[in-house]
Write a protein that binds this ligand. Structure first.
Ligand SMILES: Cc1cc2nc3c(=O)[nH]c(=O)nc-3n(C[C@H](O)[C@H](O)[C@H](O)COP(=O)(O)OP(=O)(O)OC[C@H]3O[C@@H](n4cnc5c(N)ncnc54)[C@H](O)[C@@H]3O)c2cc1C
Length: 326
């Protein structure tokens, strides 16, 4: 079996930055990932990545991958990691299509969209129900759609879709949004976005494809009776976009590394997990802030930590001696 120095799980900004840093340290590096770019790839306009005025997530993802490859990293797409096993001093990483051995592992598998827990949600997936506004939005040009959620993803999604669709219903459980004020103001100024507050989806209906959604008063709404729009109702729609947040799907590593109650992986400031030789970076670690620039920094940290770990095992110099620390 081909043995690597470092296997990185995930090719979002954290994983790809780890790959760039590991490659530059001449570590034999493999990135195993389900897709390229992760959440970054879902973002049409990135305006807060330092040094880059405005870019698309797909473009930035591609550039990061090319940079990683330039320094020798291998990137294998369409690989879902199912398990990691400790094997004496090394790790065995099992994917849907193979097994790979490595001295170290960097967990950078980020977050995935939280699913709508309503009957029919699976039935209509891809038939009117989507978890990705930027991916599927263009299919709903001049149609009537709904967006469910109240954070930045929902607000950004509704704004983006309002440019394509005839009308957008923005359905949110509460009276106030959790997203940035700047987005909330933009939403309020959009004539084709109708706010449906203090409300939640109770059912999805349609023959072959999604045709209607049922809305009921939300339990968590502050004062449902004061809102005309929050009365129980059925809305005819062509599509619904679910933007109710993201979660860390860490089931396959929970028995190995320590996680918190939100399944976020616990690390120290050097990206080390509870298991020697396993590091973690990006949105999946226990940190309140989840952004591309933050993931990039954590990805670099995890790769340098992995490098130090390997160097130490071999009795060689670590990165830190650069500035005089042991
Ligand atoms: C709609 C939206 C807009 C955003 N806009 C911005 C913005 O403008 N600016 C900003 O800074 N941040 C933004 N963010 C947040 C930013 O995208 C994330 O913080 C960042 O992408 C996290 O990077 P990551 O590498 O940790 O994880 P992710 O980007 O989540 O990448 C995870 C990677 O792991 C892979 N993976 C997952 N599970 C497995 C598995 N079992 N096996 C193999 N591979 C796996 C995935 O395929 C993916 O490649 C936005 C997020 C969203 C959802």
């Amino acid at each position: 079996m081909n043995k690597y120095d470092v296997i990185i799980i995930g090719a979002g900004p954290a994983g790809l930055t780890s790959a760039i840093y590991a490659g530059r340290r001449v570590l034999k590096t493999l990135v195993l990932t389900m897709n390229l770019g992760g959440q970054m790839n879902l973002t049409e306009h990135i305006e807060n990545y330092p040094g880059v005025d405005l870019t698309g997530g797909a473009d930035l993802s591609l550039k990061m991958m090319e940079q990683a490859k330039k320094f020798g990293a291998e990137v294998m797409l369409n690989q879902e990691v199912l398990a990691i096993e400790k094997k004496e001093d090394d790790f065995l990483v099992k994917t849907t299509s193979g097994e790979y051995e490595s001295q170290t592992v960097i967990l950078a598998f980020g977050k995935a969209p939280r699913k709508l827990e309503v009957e029919g949600a699976d039935k209509y997936l891809g038939k009117g129900l989507s978890y990705c506004a930027t991916c599927d939005g263009p299919l709903f040009k001049n149609k009537i759609i709904a967006v469910v959620g109240g954070g930045n993803s929902a607000l950004g999604g509704a704004l983006y879709l309002s440019e394509l669709a005839e009308k957008v219903y923005l359905i949110h459980r509460s009276e106030t949004f959790r997203g940035d004020e700047i987005l909330v103001n933009k939403i309020k100024n959009k004539s084709n976005i109708e706010l449906v507050l203090n409300s939640e989806v109770s059912a999805l209906e349609g023959e072959e494809v999604l045709e209607k959604i049922k809305i009921k008063d939300s339990v968590s709404g502050s004062d449902p009776s004061s809102h005309e729009a929050s009365k129980d109702r059925t809305i005819d729609i062509d599509g619904v976009f679910i933007e109710i947040g993201y979660e860390v799907k860490a089931d396959f590593v929970k028995s190995l590394v320590k996680v918190d109650e939100l399944s976020q992986i616990i690390t120290d400031s050097e990206g080390k997990t509870s298991v020697e030789g396993i590091f973690a970076a990006g949105d999946l670690i226990q940190s309140p802030y989840k952004q591309i620039a933050i993931s990039v920094g954590q990805g670099a940290t995890a790769a340098l930590s992995a490098y130090d770990y390997i160097q130490k095992k071999q009795g060689k110099t670590t990165v830190r001696v650069d500035w005089g620390q042991k």
